[in-house]
Design a protein around this ligand. Structure first.
Ligand SMILES: Nc1ncnc2c1ncn2[C@@H]1O[C@H](COP(=O)(O)OP(=O)(O)OP(=O)(O)O)[C@@H](O)[C@H]1O
Ligand SMILES: [Mg+2]
Length: 302
């Protein structure tokens, strides 16, 4: 287990060691979240590296990553805990078969015992772990509904959950909590107030180039620059869905797989589906617009 980073520079170094290239503001807010023991709320467009922060942090600190993937209708039994009713029933049958008063009295006390508790991600994250407090990733919170968000308030302010039959379970050591949202709806203020907030933006061209160098070390520098400039230009256009960093990496990989050494009309048109995921966007860019972008990028390089 590594120590939690002691400065913003240490956070930058830690993330880079995990092949994540952060900008200074993300590293700063992450440092503060770690230092103050506060949850970190990351909001931003798709594919800009929100989920990846939690994964890299856990692997670099040698902590367990406990992931709660949110969806509509997510409830306490999937997110926090559930009683193992089938096993409880078996226990009841066994006690009945034994047919003496002591086993029955014992049964009532035993039925809501830890053994029958199925722990889901949030409860697991509050328990002690040998490697040190885990990283709890609550991913895509905007997909859940408000009752679940309200439930999270207790967890995020007191780091505890209450199980009526057992009592309150409190974390002795706070997990590192990272919450992500794509902002398909606004998350409630009360929840945001319990967290440090950071908007994860698209990277600058320079940082996106650094990301490519880190993730695809063998890639041709000139091709990588052209891809970055093309994608950055696409983000300026009115599109239904702008490409994220994930698409930049995928596209470069696709071009390398096709042995392309530079972006040119034919190969760009043929591979636009790696970068843009809506037919209307592809139609809007393919052909003339793409050619104009390619011309601008290749001429600027001369
Ligand atoms: N700063 C970065 N440094 C290195 N790689 C990055 C960076 N940002 C994004 N990536 C790459 O982009 C991929 C997508 O990132 P990630 O899945 O974290 O995006 P996301 O913001 O969670 O997207 P979504 O909202 O769709 O879930 C990652 O697998 C990672 O390879
Ligand atoms: Mg994600």
């Amino acid at each position: 287990m590594s120590e939690v980073p002691g400065s913003v520079d240490d956070v930058v170094a830690l993330l880079k060691a995990g092949e994540y290239v952060p900008d200074r503001s993300l590293a700063t807010v992450l440092y503060l979240a770690l230092a103050l023991g506060r949850p970190l709320f990351l909001e931003g467009e798709a594919g800009v590296g929100k989920t990846e922060v939690a994964k890299v942090l856990a692997s670099q600190l040698g902590r367990r990553l406990i992931r709660l993937q949110c969806y509509e209708g997510l409830d306490v039994s999937s997110a926090v805990y559930e009683w193992n009713v089938a096993r409880q029933l078996v226990e009841i049958r066994l006690a009945e078969a034994a047919d003496d008063d002591t086993s029955r009295d014992q049964l009532a006390a035993d039925l809501y015992d830890d053994r029958f508790l199925i722990k889901r991600p949030i409860l697991e994250a509050l328990e002690p772990h040998v490697e040190g407090p885990p990283v709890l990733l609550i991913d895509e919170l905007d997909r859940t509904d408000e009752p679940f968000e309200a439930y999270l308030l207790e967890v995020l302010s007191d780091f505890q959950v209450t199980i009526p039959e057992l009592g309150t379970i409190h974390a002795d050591a706070r997990p590192i909590v990272i919450i992500t949202s794509n902002r398909t709806r606004e998350v409630h203020d009360a929840l945001k107030r319990r967290c440090l907030y950071h908007w994860v933006d698209y990277p600058s061209a320079q940082r996106e180039m650094d990301i490519l160098r880190t993730r695809l070390p063998g890639a041709d520098e000139r091709l990588a620059w052209q891809v970055v400039e093309f994608v950055q230009a696409l983000r300026e256009k009115e599109l239904f869905k702008s490409p994220g960093v994930a698409e930049t990496i995928d596209w470069t990989q696709a071009l390398l797989a096709l042995d392309a050494t530079a972006i040119e009309s034919g190969v760009v048109d043929a591979t636009l589906g790696v970068v843009l995921k809506y037919q209307d966007d592809i139609e809007a860019i393919r052909g003339e617009v793409a050619d104009a972008l390619i011309k601008k990028i290749t001429e600027a390089a001369h």
